[in-house]
Design a protein around this ligand. Structure first.
Ligand SMILES: Cc1cc2nc3c(=O)[nH]c(=O)nc-3n(C[C@H](O)[C@H](O)[C@H](O)COP(=O)(O)O)c2cc1C
Length: 205
C-alpha cells in the first residue's frame, strides 16, 4: 500500500510539508509506503480546455512539457492521495489549482482514474481562509470519486513561518488522527481487495 502526498506550497519543507509528514509518520508505522511530491519551484501550466484528453482518452494531458503527466502516472499507482496546500488569498495555491484542473479533466476523460482511492486534504493557514481552502481540496477529492476518511477536527494547522505549525498542538494531533483513519481505511481496502463485491446492479468490482 502506498500513499502519495502532493504539497502545493511555493515553500519547500514549510508548514504544509510538516503537517503532511505528521500524517505520513503514522502511515509508515502501519507499514504503508509514503512519498511526498513538492510543487515548489515547478511551473505548472493551467488547463487550456483543448479537449484532447476527452478525444484521446489515453490518461494523459496534451501539455507534455511539465510534470503533470508524470504526477498522473504516480497518482494512478497509489492507493491513497493527500493533497496539501497553504492558504493563499483565502484559497489553494496557483500550482495546486492548476494541477487539480488538469488531473481532474484527464481523470474525468478516462472513467475516473482516481476512483475509490483513499483521499485526504491538509491545509496550513496563518489566520483566515482555512476552511475555504480545505473545502476546495475536498471538492476535488470527492468529485474524483475518492473515499475520504475524517479526523478529530478539520485537517488544518495554524502557523506563519516555517515550523510554526509544530506549536499548534491540536492541528498536529488532527494530522495524527487523520493518519490513523487513513491507515484503518487502507487496511480495510487491503483485506477486501481480492474479494469480488457485487453491487445491487449486478456488476462486480
Ligand atoms: C501569497 C500568499 C498568500 C497568503 N494568503 C493567506 C491568507 O489568505 N490567509 C492566511 O491565513 N494566510 C495566508 N498566507 C500565509 C500562509 O498560508 C502561511 O504562512 C502558511 O503557513 C504557509 O505554509 P507553507 O510554509 O507550507 O508555505 C499567505 C501566504 C502567501 C505567500
Amino acid at each position: 500500500m502506498k500513499v502519495i502526498g502532493i504539497n502545493g506550497s511555493a515553500r519547500r519543507d514549510g508548514n504544509t510539508a510538516i503537517l503532511m509528514e505528521e500524517v505520513f509518520k503514522v502511515l509508515r508505522s502501519n507499514s504503508i509506503e509514503t512519498e511526498l511530491v513538492q510543487l515548489s519551484g515547478i511551473d505548472i501550466k493551467g488547463c487550456t480546455d483543448c479537449g484532447t484528453c476527452f478525444k484521446m482518452k489515453n490518461s494523459r494531458c496534451a501539455i507534455e512539457d511539465d510534470c503533470v503527466n508524470n504526477i498522473i502516472e504516480r497518482l494512478k499507482g497509489a492507493d491513497g492521495i493527500i493533497l496539501g496546500s497553504p492558504v493563499y488569498m483565502a484559497n489553494v495555491t496557483p500550482s495546486m489549482k492548476a494541477l487539480m484542473d488538469r488531473v481532474g479533466r484527464v481523470s474525468k476523460a478516462n472513467d475516473s482514474l482516481l476512483k475509490r482511492k483513499i483521499g485526504a486534504a491538509v491545509v496550513a493557514v496563518r489566520r483566515a481562509g482555512g476552511m475555504t481552502t480545505f473545502n476546495a481540496l475536498m471538492d476535488f477529492l470527492l468529485v474524483m470519486q475518492m473515499i475520504v476518511p475524517g479526523s478529530s477536527y478539520w485537517n488544518i494547522g495554524v502557523g506563519r513561518d516555517p515550523g510554526d505549525v509544530r506549536d499548534d498542538a491540536e492541528g498536529m494531533e488532527t494530522m495524527r488522527v487523520l493518519g490513523e483513519n487513513m491507515a484503518w481505511t487502507l487496511d480495510v481496502l487491503r483485506s477486501y481487495k481480492d474479494i469480488p463485491y457485487t453491487l445491487e446492479s449486478g456488476s462486480s468490482v
